[in-house]
Design a protein around this ligand. Structure first.
Ligand code: FAD
Length: 386
């Protein structure tokens, strides 16, 4: 089941597969039993390989800024391999500077914040969601003008990597009514963690809730123009939706491979499990859905590389995120069933994926939100314009 990839994307695929299998996967069970944490020297090693040797923290950063300037096909090939790992060991070992940040940020912001994501010396987190607005774009947090900058007030929920971040991308409404984006140092006075809930997965990156009370942000930390906050957030959504889809494909591949091997050796009633047709059907449906998902994924990545229409790309990212995340959850359920009781053990990757993949149908816009984006596009532009 091979997708035609450029030589360079194939090289990345091989390199990342080695990193995943030799360095990350051996630590999954340890992470599972230790709240997602690794021994500090192991974490440092992963970080060093990801940021310095492989340059993953700058894969999407433009060449002109010292990034790798990889195209989307290459990046998707990378994230697909990273998706084979559980416990978020793949993305918690490096921060990611994204191309849109270089378009949105001033040279001073690039120097103070983004260049430090590129070399892996800092970590960011996105504070967009609020108590009243996860699926809608309503922003209740406010940024009022004060001497030299803004005062931010509000509450932000589910801020992934909040515990590790040095700075936050915060969306807040300014007096003219625009939803603007700000770079906010996490140690600014007036920021407090009001909750740090436990979630289904065992990740070292937590998702705390923050309250902002009169948090001063210098005017120099407004990102782009006042009216552009939402468009940057959408750029971030497109990128994340594509890469979530890629990770879901990687996870599904690993689960299918491992369950197939297991089914070939497990004997029940003098027969191997793999000879039973009901089991074969589960494997067949899963492999077929994965194949469809990967074709969609790489087509969309190439459409990005050809600079196709932004609205069409936005719709395709919604479709891919919807299809790949739901596919991976269906595959996971079937593969766990093939493993039987052994699939319910936390030492089995399929059990961890069973908990971890669930959020891919919720974050970066739930499946229902993706369906709304797709339907909206169909109704406005028809199939031709999607
Ligand atoms: C682990 C985790 C990490 C996260 N990380 C971040 C982060 O780093 N930064 C950030 O800003 N946010 C983050 N989020 C927030 C995430 O994006 C939201 O949870 C998500 O968008 C859904 O919003 P909600 O939880 O408020 O659900 P709600 O908006 O309350 O929706 C509840 C349910 O109703 C459905 N629904 C809503 N509207 C409709 C409709 N019109 N028709 C049909 N169904 C509908 C939704 O699909 C959902 O199933 C994270 C969430 C989680 C769980």
């Amino acid at each position: 089941m091979d997708i035609q990839l450029s030589d360079s994307a194939r090289d990345w695929q091989k390199k990342i597969r080695r990193f995943v299998e030799d360095e990350l996967i051996p630590w999954e069970e340890h992470a599972e039993m230790h709240g997602g944490e690794l021994p500090p020297d192991i974490f440092r090693r992963h970080h060093e390989i990801a940021c310095s040797e492989l340059g993953l923290s700058r894969m999407d950063a433009p060449l002109a800024h010292g990034g790798l300037g990889l195209n989307m096909e290459e990046q998707v090939a990378i994230w697909e391999q990273l998706g084979r790992v559980t416990n978020a060991l793949c993305w918690t070992c490096f921060p990611e500077s994204q191309q849109w940040m270089f378009e949105a940020c001033t040279p001073d912001q690039v120097e103070r914040y983004i260049s430090r994501l590129m070399d892996g010396s800092s970590q960011d987190a996105y504070a967009i969601t609020e108590a009243e607005s996860g699926s809608t774009e309503t922003v209740n947090s406010t940024a009022t003008v004060t001497d030299g900058g803004f005062l931010i007030n509000g509450e932000k929920w589910f801020v992934t990597s909040g515990n590790r971040a040095e700075f936050l991308w915060v969306q807040a409404k300014i007096e003219s009514g625009y939803d603007s984006l700000f770079l906010v140092d996490k140690d600014s006075a007036g920021i407090e963690v009001i909750d740090n809930p436990a979630f289904s997965h065992t990740f070292s990156a937590h998702h705390p809730t923050y309250r902002f009370t009169d948090v001063f942000v210098p005017g120099a930390n407004l990102v782009g123009s006042e009216d552009a906050g939402m468009s940057y957030t959408r750029s971030w959504f497109r990128h994340e939706r594509l890469m979530i889809a890629a990770r879901c494909c990687g996870a599904a591949s690993r689960m299918i491979e491992e369950a197939t091997e297991w089914a070939k050796t497990r004997r029940i009633d003098e027969q191997v499990l793999a000879d039973k047709q009901a089991i074969q059907f589960m494997l067949a449906d899963s492999a077929t859905e994965l194949w469809a998902a990967r074709l969609m994924l790489y087509e969309a990545a190439r459409a990005h590389d050809q600079d196709e229409n932004i609205k069409s790309l936005h719709t395709r990212c919604a479709m891919i995120k919807l299809y790949c995340s739901e596919m991976a959850n269906r595959v996971c359920d079937r593969m766990l069933q093939i493993w039987g009781g052994r699939g319910y053990m936390r030492s089995n990757a399929v059990e961890r994926f069973y908990r971890e993949l669930r959020v891919d149908r919720i974050w970066e816009g739930s499946s229902e939100v993706q369906r709304m984006v797709i339907a909206g596009s169909l109704l406005k532009r028809g199939l031709e314009g999607m």
